[in-house]
Structure formats: C-alpha cells, structure tokens
Design a protein around this ligand. Structure first.
Ligand code: MN
Length: 250
C-alpha cells in the first residue's frame, strides 16, 4: 500500500528515453500503487489540449490504462504545462488538482504544490507568473488558433536558442519562510512539491522536494504506515539493444 508522487518529467518528443522510463515506471511501480500524483511540469510545454501529438496521445493512453485499472491519477499544473485542460485529463483518465491541494495520506494531511509559487526571491519570475497564470491566459487556446500558438512557441524557442535543453532554465530555490508560512496557513506539517530540481527531504517543517527526470528519475513513495522514501534510478539515454534470441539446440 503506497502512494507515489512525481514531477518535472518535462516530457517532450526530443527526449524519448525519458518517456520510455516513465512507461517503465508506470508498469513497475505505479501499477502496484494506491494512487499516482503528478505535481506539475509533466510536459515540457503545452500549447493547449488541441495540440495533440503522437507523444501526448500515447502518454494519455498510458495513464488511462492505469486509471482504468482502478489506480487514480492526479495531475497538477506546473509553470510549463499550465494550459493542460479538461480534454487531456479526460483522455488520460486523470483528475486535475488545483495548486495548492491538501490530501489525506493514510491519515497524514499533506499540502501539495508545484513549487514555483514558493520561489519568492525570484521577483521577476513572480511578476511573470502573475501574468501567465491569470485566468485571461487560460483563455488563450480559445482565442488564438493552434497554428498561431505553434508559431509563437517556435519563435520563442528559436530566440532562446538552446531551449531544448530544459536545464538551461535558471530555477531559483524555494524561499524557506514562504514554505513555512504556507504550512502555517493550512495548519499542516508536511509539504510535497517539485519545480526546483533540488530533490531532498527537509525537516522542521517537513518539506519533500521531488526531483526532475534527466539522467536520474525520481519518485516519492509513501507507505500506509507513514514510512517514505525519495527514490532515484538511472535513466540510460541510449536504449540497450535486446540480446539476440537464444537458439535452443535440437
Ligand atoms: Mn516548474
């Protein structure tokens, strides 16, 4: 009996080994779990649910397989995929969670966030966040045709050069006082979030930071008895070739 948490996979067609590792994770771990929580930046970019690609359709169907087996899948927006909407969630059989959300983890209440709202020291980012996460921006997919959104995204990518490499983005760390304040506001003592790519288990107050998926994949497993581990595993970039079939003599 465990509940699993992941975030910051930054899924994109340019990194097929990450997607492969995610499917293996679903198969080996999530399929045995009580629930799977995905705390944002699951996709590296999201232009709207109408931007369906081979990747988004395949990921949706993999998640749907999980939820169809009775394992609930919860999804929270990150700063990169905040335009994920009802249509994708329906396709994936996932439930969209607001940021923040309080859940009951086998009797322990936990505050879940993506984490970007905690990085208060990055004032220019917080200004940007207030704009991009405003309800007006949510309307963009309805206001602008997909082709135009794709053109804008391409030009942003070209201008920022190596945007393909998601590590090039500078990410500030959480402002510890803000994390403590959020826990106080909610009267809780456990916070789980991602975003910063600084996986760790902090104490007093207890704050568990999920890792991003790159050379390593990360997940938090929380057992029914309250024991928990932040687990990492290596993600090989090149698929190891299947061994040739052994021919049996005779
Ligand atoms: Mn993020």
């Amino acid at each position: 009996m465990t509940t699993l948490f992941i975030s910051d996979l930054h899924l994109q067609s340019e990194r097929p080994h990450i997607t492969r590792a995610f499917y293996a994770f679903l198969d080996q771990h999530a399929s045995q779990a009580d629930a799977l929580y995905i705390l944002g930046d699951f996709f590296n970019a999201w232009l709207g649910d109408d931007d369906q690609t081979a990747l988004t359709l395949e990921v949706a169907s993999q998640l749907k397989n999980l939820s169809a087996r009775g394992i609930p899948v919860y999804l929270m927006h990150g700063n990169r995929d905040f335009l994920i909407g009802k249509r994708f969630c329906r396709q994936a059989g996932a439930k969209l969670l607001p940021d923040p959300t309080v859940i009951d983890l086998y009797g322990t209440p936990a505050l879940l966030m993506h984490g970007d709202s905690l990085c208060l020291d990055d004032t220019s980012y917080q200004r940007y966040r207030r704009i991009i996460r405003s309800p007006l921006i949510r309307l963009l997919p309805h206001l602008l045709p997909l082709s135009l959104r794709q053109r804008i995204a391409r030009s942003i990518r070209n201008r920022s050069g190596k945007a393909k490499n998601h590590k090039s983005a500078r990410i500030m760390d959480v402002t510890p006082d803000e994390a403590a304040r959020q826990l106080q506001v909610h009267n809780l003592s456990l916070l789980i979030h991602g975003h910063t790519h600084r996986p760790a288990i902090h104490h007093q107050p207890q704050r568990i930071v999920l890792g991003d998926w790159d050379n390593l994949g990360w997940y938090l497993q929380w057992h029914q008895d309250g024991q928990h581990q932040l687990v990492s595993f290596s993600i090989p970039e090149i698929e190891t070739p299947e061994p040739p079939p052994q021919s049996t003599p005779g």
